[in-house]
Design a protein around this ligand. Structure first.
Ligand SMILES: Cc1ncc(COP(=O)(O)O)c(C=O)c1O
Length: 410
């Protein structure tokens, strides 16, 4: 049942600039390649139940107290675990420099609240996380894109853009980057580029905002150290357990040096991230991080293989694919005549949902023929069937791909 207000024009009182009301949720499509969901079969349900029982027995009485009586940074056991995990990314930190957040989306909000005012400029990879773009733009700031190649952000072109902005008297508030398994392209920024990026940040006085939620899920090469580890005073770093464990838990983290961390903390007034969630993650990962990540990564890599095969079979040479070095997404480009925005409806009628490239692009036109497919959630079977439906919808709408699965489409 939908409840509506009656009696007076409630909406007349709403603040200016709000988005339109959300439509009712109508469920997932049959073939759901949208968003950053995880593989339900790889959620360690029994081990999480054990971890929850142990954690509650050990610390359940503290639920009576806001922040478990351990201060606004979050559950000490989880902060300790995160500090150890960050150390493995080349970051020397302590639990007292880790803020637990409600997913890294909250980390994005905190960093934006710290740095962004209307009219500001930030820089980002030309294709990047749509949530980050939306949040920056909602604050009235402009995003300047930096081209990417198979090794992540083109640092030479970043320098050119920084110089150009400086010439116009603009000092960007930050350079937002996803250097380790970039979303959506799945690239890993090599060490030389990391060092060059940190040097440019220093030279131009522009902080780096490093978003690392996929860094645990690599299979192609070992990731170089995190940017935060290379230059802590110039970087704010966020991460998440959404991709390495489960997004519905809503547990992420942020680390920064002072005064940034303390200033963010001063604005944290949400009563803290769900304490049971924090306790469960700490208890489970305290025992099982390496074996869990190994199992998850193997499963995801298998699904990527299935999706890459399906795309090759159904789209042939009509799809240019970025082979991801890890993570949960395949980013691909269809022929120029395909405007993926016009593919959304026909694909939906065949039960397929995908993320259209324009939403993942600083310049939406540059992403008009691109799309992002998440392969973590659907089964292998649904990946094959869904990609076949997507290709059929594309052929119906644009006459391409004309060949698929070794047959000529009619
Ligand atoms: C790059 C990036 N940052 C942040 C997020 C937000 O994730 P969460 O709030 O679940 O940690 C996502 C989710 O897909 C993402 O891809």
């Amino acid at each position: 049942m939908t409840l509506t207000t009656q009696g007076f024009a409630f909406a007349d009182l709403f603040a200016d600039g709000l988005p339109a009301a959300a439509p009712p949720w109508t469920g997932f499509p049959r073939f759901n390649f949208v968003g950053g969901h995880n593989d339900p079969g790889l959620v360690p349900v029994d081990a999480l139940a054990d971890a929850a029982a142990d954690a509650l027995r050990a610390d359940g009485d503290k639920l009576a107290i806001y922040h478990l009586g351990q201060g606004p940074l979050g559950f000490a056991g989880l902060r300790g675990f995160v500090a150890g995990k960050l150390e493995r990314r080349g970051i020397a930190t302590s639990p007292d420099s880790v803020l637990i957040t409600s997913g890294s989306l909250q980390g994005l909000d905190y960093v934006n609240a710290l740095l962004i005012e209307p009219g500001d400029t930030v820089m980002a990879e030309e294709f990047t996380y749509s949530g980050a773009l939306a949040k920056v733009r909602a604050r009235g700031a402009e995003v300047v894109g930096v081209p990417l190649d198979g090794q992540g952000m083109r640092i030479d072109l970043l320098e050119a853009r920084l110089e150009e902005l400086r010439g116009r008297g603009i000092r960007p508030k930050y350079i937002y980057t996803i250097p380790t398994i970039q979303n959506p392209t799945g690239t890993i920024l090599p060490l030389e580029r990391r060092l060059a990026l940190v040097e440019l940040s220093r030279r131009y006085g522009v902080p780096i905002f490093e978003d690392e939620c996929y860094a645990d899920l690599t299979w192609a090469i070992d990731a170089p150290p995190a940017l935060f580890g290379l230059a802590p005073a110039q970087v704010i770093h966020i991460g998440s357990f959404s991709k390495s464990l489960a997004p519905a838990l809503r547990v992420g983290y942020l680390t920064a040096t002072e005064p940034a961390l303390g200033t963010i903390l001063a604005g944290k007034n949400d009563g803290g991230t769900g304490a049971v969630d924090q306790m469960v993650v700490a208890a489970y990962f305290g025992r099982h991080f390496d074996d869990h990540v190994r199992r998850l990564t193997k499963g995801l890599h298998g699904k990527l293989d299935t999706m890459a095969e399906a795309v090759a079979r159904e789209f042939g040479t009509e799809a240019e694919v970025w082979a991801p070095a890890g993570g949960i997404f395949l980013w691909l480009k269809l022929p120029d005549e395909v405007d993926v925005r016009q593919l959304v409806g026909p694909a939906a009628r065949r039960g397929v949902a995908f993320n259209p490239g324009p939403d993942w692009a600083v310049d939406p036109e540059a992403g008009r023929s691109h799309l992002r497919l998440c392969f973590a959630l659907p089964s292998h079977e649904d990946i094959r069937a869904g990609v076949a439906e997507l290709a059929a919808a594309c052929f119906e709408t644009f006459g391409t791909p004309a060949r698929g699965a070794n047959t000529v489409r009619k």
